[in-house]
Design a protein around this ligand. Structure first.
Ligand code: FMN
Length: 405
C-alpha cells in the first residue's frame, strides 16, 4: 500500500512535518495578562500527543492594544517566552511540530469572550491598563454600528506595529517554535488595511490596491527578517471578504508574499463585515476553492481549512492538488486524536507508533489481540497488524454526498 498523501512527510525549508495534518489556530481565551498557563499546555499537548504534523497555536498578540479579549496570549514582551517554551518543548517531546500565529485585533480589540456575548467591553476597574488597550485601525471606522470608533494610526505608528510583529517573531524563535503564521485574516488589523471596507486612507497605506497591500507586505518582510532563514513562514488570509477584497486581490498579494519569503498561505475567508462569517455558503470544505485558486494562480503552497472533517475528504483534497496541507479546527476539538484515528482508518502500518507509547503501545496490543474490534469511532478506527485480516479501512457511517464533492 502506498502511503496516503495525508501521511507523507512534508519539507518546508529546514522543517519536516511528519504528516500534513495541521491544527488550525484556535483562541483559547484562557491567558492571564497575556501569559500562557496549564490550559494552553494541555490544549497543545492533546493534539501533539494525538499525532498531528503541526499544532498551530492561537493568534498571539504582538502589542497589548492588539488583544481581542482579556484572555488573549501575548508576545509583546520577553517575559512571555518561558511559558510558551514549556509548551513547545512538550509538543516536540510528543513528536509534533508546533507553530504560533501572530496577530493584532485592530478595531476588533477589547471585546468579551464569545460565550460571554462577544460585545465591546466597557471600562472596568478590574482591567488595570484599560487606557493602553486602545482600538486602532487604518481609518476611524467602527467594526459595526455598535462598536466603538477606533483611532486611525499615523504613518509613524504603522512603522512601530510592523516592528512589533518582527520582535514577536524573534521571541517565537527564542521559544523554539518551528513556524509562525501571520494573521492577515478575519477582519483584524492586517485585513483591515487590505479591505477597502475598513481602509479609507489617502496616504501610502490606502487608496490603490498596491497601497492597501503595503502594510501586510511590510509585516511579512519584517517577520521574515526576524525569523530564521531555515524556518518556514505561514500567512493566513481572508481570500474573500465580501466587501471589496476577493480572490483576485488575494492572488496578487500571495505572489508578493511568496517573493518576500512567505512559504504557505492559509486560506480562510470573511470577518471584515459585522456578520461572523462570509457569504460563502457553508458546507464541507467550503473554503477549499480558495486554497486551490491561490495554489494554481500564485504558485504558492496553500493550506485548506473550513469544515474538513474526514480523513478521506482530506486525502482527496491533497490528491486532487487543491492544497498542500490540511488544517482542522472544530473537528479537532471534537476528536483530538483525529490524526491517530485517520492513520488507523487508512491502514497505516505504523499508526500506533505515531503517538507516545503510553497510548500507542497499548492500542497496538489491543488491535493485535482483537481483530475487527469495534471502537467509539467505528470499526475503521481499528488498525489491524501485519498478517491479520482486514486493512483497517472498515465500513464508515453513511457519508453525506456533499462531503466528497
Ligand atoms: C474556538 C475557535 C477559536 C479560533 N481562533 C482562531 C484564531 O486564533 N486565529 C484564526 O485565524 N482563526 C481562529 N479560528 C478559526 C479556525 O482556525 C478555523 O479557520 C475555522 O474554525 C474553520 O475551520 P473548522 O471548520 O475546521 O472549524 C478559531 C475557531 C474556533 C472554533
Amino acid at each position: 500500500m502506498s502511503t496516503p498523501l495525508l501521511f507523507t512527510p512534508m519539507a518546508l525549508r529546514g522543517l519536516t512535518l511528519r504528516n500534513r495534518i495541521v491544527v488550525a489556530p484556535m483562541h483559547q481565551y484562557a491567558a492571564e495578562n497575556g501569559f500562557a498557563n496549564d490550559w494552553h499546555l494541555m490544549n497543545a499537548g492533546r493534539y501533539a500527543a494525538g499525532g498531528v504534523g503541526l499544532m498551530m497555536m492561537e493568534s498571539t498578540k504582538v502589542e497589548r492594544r492588539g488583544c481581542g479579549t482579556v484572555g488573549d496570549l501575548g508576545l509583546w514582551d520577553d517575559a512571555f517566552v518561558p511559558g510558551l517554551k514549556r509548551i513547545v518543548d512538550f509538543a516536540h517531546a510528543c513528536g509534533s511540530s508546533i507553530g504560533i500565529q501572530l496577530g493584532h485585533s485592530g478595531r476588533k480589540a477589547r471585546v468579551a469572550r464569545p460565550w460571554e456575548g462577544g460585545r465591546p467591553l466597557q471600562p472596568d476597574p478590574a482591567i488595570a491598563d484599560w487606557d493602553a488597550w486602545e482600538l486602532v485601525a487604518p481609518s476611524a471606522l467602527p467594526a459595526d454600528e455598535n462598536a466603538p470608533v477606533p483611532r486611525a494610526l499615523s504613518v509613524a505608528e504603522i512603522a512601530d506595529v510592523v516592528q512589533a510583529f518582527g520582535r514577536a517573531a524573534a521571541r517565537a524563535h527564542a521559544a523554539g517554535f518551528d513556524t509562525v503564521e501571520i494573521h492577515g485574516a478575519h477582519g483584524f488589523l492586517i485585513h483591515e488595511f487590505l479591505s477597502p471596507a475598513a481602509n479609507r486612507r489617502a496616504d501610502a497605506y490606502g487608496g490603490s490596491d498596491a497601497n492597501r497591500r503595503r502594510f501586510a507586505l511590510e509585516v511579512a518582510e519584517c517577520v521574515r527578517a526576524n525569523w530564521p532563514e531555515d524556518k518556514p513562514l505561514f500567512m493566513r488570509l481572508s481570500v474573500d471578504d465580501d466587501a471589496g477584497w476577493g480572490p483576485a486581490e488575494s492572488v496578487a498579494l500571495a505572489r508578493e508574499l511568496k517573493a518576500v519569503g512567505v512559504d504557505v498561505i492559509d486560506c480562510s475567508a470573511g470577518g471584515i463585515l459585522a456578520r461572523p462569517v462570509s457569504s460563502t455558503p457553508i458546507g464541507y470544505g467550503y473554503q477549499v476553492p480558495f486554497a486551490q485558486r491561490l495554489r494554481e494562480e500564485a504558485g504558492v503552497k496553500t493550506m485548506a481549512v473550513g469544515l474538513i472533517v474526514r480523513h478521506d475528504q482530506a486525502e482527496r483534497i491533497l490528491q486532487e492538488g487543491r492544497a498542500d496541507l490540511i488544517a482542522l479546527a472544530r473537528e479537532m476539538l471534537y476528536n483530538p486524536n483525529w490524526a491517530l484515528d485517520a492513520a488507523c482508518k487508512m491502514g497505516l502500518p505504523e499508526a500506533f507508533a505515531s503517538v507516545p507509547p503510553a497510548a500507542g503501545w497499548w492500542l497496538g496490543k489491543r488491535a493485535a489481540a482483537m481483530p475487527g474490534l469495534v471502537t467509539s469511532t467505528g470499526t475503521g478506527a481499528v488498525h489491524l497488524g501485519k498478517g491479520q485480516a482486514g486493512n483497517g479501512s472498515g465500513p464508515h457511517p453513511q457519508l453525506p454526498k456533499s462531503l466528497l464533492q
